[in-house]
Design a protein around this ligand. Structure first.
Ligand SMILES: Nc1ncnc2c1ncn2[C@@H]1O[C@H](COP(=O)(O)OP(=O)(O)O)[C@@H](O)[C@H]1O
Ligand SMILES: [Mg+2]
Length: 257
């Protein structure tokens, strides 16, 4: 059985988590035979758009429906809440050729937030077993760490932009990982929208925070244009600078072959 890899992508909002996730997926599709699970764990649910995937509904919406049914008393008494929920989660899964996409979505109504996150934590235990690679595009907030959603992650990527706040968030993530004893094999610091001149600073900061150096991704006009016109990043030209940079990261992560 091939080794399975679970990779999470976190960092401050707007640093490029979703972009890095999409580019890594493109790399995996073009350079390997692997089939992956892609989880959009950000309530903003940007990833389906960025990948050009049509989403019917999120786990959050589905859990709201379940909650309504329970309250209305219309849930079949022969099924447990857990069974219904798990069936619902599978129904929200979008199946593409080379990857499946699961979008957690927003918590709708009181009590749903915890619920969605409990589901997320549990599917990471079970669902990810069916795939060779799983990518988790995390929310910008750090709650997922204290909830230990990342507990089964092999490699964590922390994306930062060239800003003090980006680095501070990276430091805070590392501290939380240590505090809650998440046993991640590797944590990489990746600098997005970095120039080669800034690379040394990033390397030093990674060292200082206690993170492995993950490399830099340059500012890329194609990434901007594709976002602006709503074209899927999976179709970005192979000679786009950001995509060219992602290959190195993919190899560090062990995504080859
Ligand atoms: N390397 C890059 N070059 C140009 N634009 C980028 C780059 N990385 C991200 N962007 C743009 O920055 C914005 C935020 O990126 P995104 O990946 O959505 O961040 P996050 O998921 O961390 O919130 C998007 O409009 C995206 O297209
Ligand atoms: Mg995002």
């Amino acid at each position: 059985m091939a080794e399975k890899l679970v990779i999470s992508i976190s960092g401050k909002g707007g640093t490029g988590k979703t972009t890095v996730t999409a580019l890594l997926l493109k790399w995996l599709i073009q350079n390997t035979e692997k089939i992956s699970l892609v989880v959009d764990a950000d309530p903003a649910t940007n990833l389906p758009d960025v990948l050009g995937v049509e989403l019917q509904r999120t786990v959050g919406q589905s859990s709201k429906e379940l909650k309504d049914k329970i309250e209305a008393g219309t849930l079949s008494p022969t099924l447990s809440k857990k069974e219904v929920l798990e069936a619902n989660v599978f129904q929200t899964l979008v199946e593409e050729d080379r990857f499946d996409l699961l979008a957690m979505g927003r918590s709708e109504g009181e009590g749903c937030y915890c619920f969605v996150n409990n589901v997320l934590t549990r599917i990471l235990d079970t669902l990810t077993r069916n795939y060779e690679v799983a990518f988790l595009d995390m929310e910008a907030g750090l709650e997922h760490l204290s909830r230990r959603t990342d507990r089964d992650v092999d490699s964590m990527i922390i994306v930062t932009d060239p800003s003090r706040m980006g680095f501070e968030t990276a430091r805070r993530i590392k501290e939380l990982v240590d505090e809650v004893h998440i046993d991640v094999k590797h944590i990489y610091l990746v600098g997005n929208r970095f120039t080669p001149e800034m690379e040394e600073l990033l390397q030093k900061s990674a060292d200082d925070i206690g993170l492995e150096y993950g490399g830099i991704i340059p500012l890329d006009e194609n990434v901007m244009t594709f976002n602006l016109v709503g074209k899927p990043l999976l179709e970005i030209p192979d000679d786009s600078p950001a995509y060219e940079a992602i290959g190195k990261l993919a190899k560090k992560l062990g995504l080859t072959g």
